[in-house]
Design a protein around this ligand. Structure first.
Ligand code: CTP
Ligand code: CA
Length: 224
């Protein structure tokens, strides 16, 4: 595994990080996506590597430049992301920063879907994607010691994120408010509430790189 060049509290630890959006194909030229830039996941991977971790970074098609000093695996769909994560285990910690598409088109067309002279719209049929975070959180054998999920919410942030932590079985949820008026989605700042078994901890609004450093330091403490 690449990385692990730095000396630090995470030396000898392997951390898997997911990041970016996933793309779910409709036909060969179209896909369903979301607004994730991959900036927060990228910053987390770099911050973990800077503390000495060997990082496997599984990313969907994101705008953000790829992090340095880590092993990068590029995927497109949620199902490919799951496969890459499972292939990257075992790990001491797994951080799920990706904005995974909840649904995929059940049967992507193998040819471009054409407009119909009759004006009838095509109907898309959806299937739910596997929940990568829930799967890893609930592993019976070989579960990473620390599993961290994210929750992008537009309302009732703490309640929704606390319920999400219990439902999925992860250790921490890094929750943020992505309602449009916060400007967080696609921006360079983040306002985090860290949810753990101890409760909810509010972090002041700060840059995504600072969030990443603070989170990496907390991960190092938890794994020590
Ligand atoms: N996640 C995942 N695989 C999925 C969906 C989500 O690994 N198929 C992870 C995300 O990477 C994130 C966490 O689960 O760490 C929460 O994602 P979120 O979209 O907030 O939660 P959902 O359970 O999909 O709930 P909803 O979108 O309905 O709020
Ligand atoms: Ca979701």
């Amino acid at each position: 595994i690449a990385g692990a060049l730095a000396d630090g509290p995470l030396k000898g630890k392997h951390v898997v990080v997911t990041s970016g959006p996933t793309h779910e194909p409709i036909d060969p030229v179209r896909y369903i996506a979301n607004r994730s830039s991959g900036a927060q996941g990228t910053a987390i991977a770099e911050a973990l590597a800077a503390l000495g971790a060997a990082v496997t970074f599984v990313t969907g098609p994101a705008d953000a430049a790829r992090p340095r000093g880590v092993h990068v695996i590029e995927v497109e769909t949620a199902r490919q992301m799951l496969e890459a994560v499972e292939g990257a285990l075992p790990a001491d910690a797994a951080i799920f920063a990706a904005a995974v598409a909840d649904w995929r088109v059940t049967q992507a067309a193998d040819k471009k879907i054409k407009k119909d002279a009759s004006g009838v719209m095509p109907m898309l049929d959806f299937a739910e994607n596997p929940d990568i975070l829930a799967r890893v959180s609930q592993m019976k054998e070989g579960r990473p010691a620390l599993v961290v999920g994210f929750a992008a919410e537009t309302n009732d942030v703490v309640d929704n994120a606390t319920a999400k932590r219990t439902r999925k079985g992860c250790d921490w949820i890094v929750a943020n408010d992505v309602s449009p008026e916060t400007g967080i989605m696609g921006g360079s700042e983040n306002a985090i509430v860290l949810i753990s078994s101890e409760g909810a901890e509010d972090w002041p609004r700060m840059g995504k790189v600072e969030v990443a450093r603070k989170l990496a330091a907390r991960i190092a403490e938890a794994l020590a």
